[in-house]
Design a protein around this ligand. Structure first.
Ligand SMILES: [Fe+2]
Length: 351
């Protein structure tokens, strides 16, 4: 690769795909929706896959609907094609423009169960460069997943009033580091985090979102302006208190008319030292991966994969709305060991 071309998008994408071990001759599907995707990123991936000598096709999914409701673009034929792939590389639409294939759709786990790897690109071009995983991030994230795998209990607390405990015996220690290298692995480029799906009835305590966090707004990836207090009993949020923001959140969640929307999907911490908090470069990857943040999402978590540390394997069913965010200045314990102290990772081998 010549120095002169090293700033081309395809160059960084080629390095990204090489981390996920895309091999010459490998069957790869380059997947995107019919509108709302970043054509430059698709084109950059096309060049990268060609340079890597992959045996690839580009697949554009059509719009699909049931009656007057738009649904996942993943039809049965597309599922068949994707199951035949060894690797799927997806560029997602801009949020809210058209339905995308959720990782929580049952077909998604079915495709990965056959051994296909899957790498998502959901972030902008500048962030694809900016969030390139460092060797240290990859190492601390995998080490964190191993520790999460062994843990039976996750406790989080803050000076602002959070004190929440969940149980996870038997559940995976999951990680995302932007690399889908083993058969059946899924990952999301730019992300760095460790998490798990807790046992559905186990969450007990209080979760406090403060101004400056990003966890209690209807919009994803927005900064909280008010304090919002969530109280849990037997695995479910039973009250949401605060001001106008809490009221909006309550109304929004009630609109789904679904008790499972109040159950935790996944909980964990961010490991991406390159992630920013707020501002024009605040992507979904930054939001979930910010170094030392505590991430807590709710709703569907049935997503699973054959890879040891990829996927959640929870029991909150398909169709449940998935929502949540991340908070700063929280502490997190795995069993009795302090892993994150007020937003700083302190476990020596997980820093
Ligand atoms: Fe989530």
């Amino acid at each position: 690769m010549s120095e002169r071309n090293s700033s081309e998008l395809s160059t960084v994408l080629e390095k990204a795909l090489a981390l996920s071990k895309v091999q010459p001759g490998e069957r790869v599907v380059l997947l995107h929706p019919y509108i709302g995707y970043n054509a430059r990123i698709v084109e950059g991936l096309r060049v990268a896959l060609n340079n890597l000598d992959a045996d690839f096709v580009r697949l554009e999914l059509p719009p699909r609907s049931e009656g007057m409701r738009q649904v996942t673009p993943l039809g049965p034929y597309a599922v068949d094609v994707l199951k035949r792939a060894q690797m799927v590389v997806r560029v997602s639409p801009r949020p809210a423009l058209t339905p995308d294939i959720s990782v929580y759709h049952p077909s998604f786990s079915e495709i990965l169960a056959g051994g296909a790897r899957w790498l998502d690109f959901m972030i902008d071009e500048a962030s694809i460069w900016r969030l390139f995983p460092s060797p240290q991030m990859i190492e601390r994230t995998l080490a964190g997943a191993l520790r999460m795998e062994k843990a039976k209990t996750v406790r989080v607390a803050s000076d602002t009033g959070t004190d929440l405990t969940v149980q996870k015996t038997g559940r995976k220690g999951a990680e995302q580091s932007g690399i889908a290298a083993e058969p059946g692995a899924w990952d999301n480029w730019g992300f760095g985090l460790v998490c798990c799906a807790p046992l559905e009835d186990s969450a007990d305590g209080t979760y406090v979102v403060s101004p400056g966090d990003s966890a209690a707004t209807i919009e994803r990836v927005a900064i909280d302006r008010e304090r919002v207090v969530f109280r849990f009993e037997k695995g479910r949020v039973v009250s949401i208190e605060g001001g106008a923001q809490a009221e909006l959140m309550r109304m929004h969640l009630e609109s789904f008319n679904d008790p499972n929307v109040y159950r935790i999907a996944h909980i964990g911490w961010g490991t991406q030292e390159k992630a920013v908090w707020g501002g024009p470069n605040f992507t979904t990857a930054d939001w979930e991966s910010f170094y030392g943040c505590m991430m807590l999402h709710f709703g569907v978590n049935i997503f699973n994969t054959p890879a040891r540390h990829k996927g959640l394997g929870g029991k909150v069913p398909a169709g449940t709305h998935h929502w949540g965010g991340a908070v700063l200045n929280h502490s997190l314990w795995l069993d009795d060991e302090l892993i994150v102290d007020k937003g700083r990772i302190v476990a020596p081998d997980l820093k």
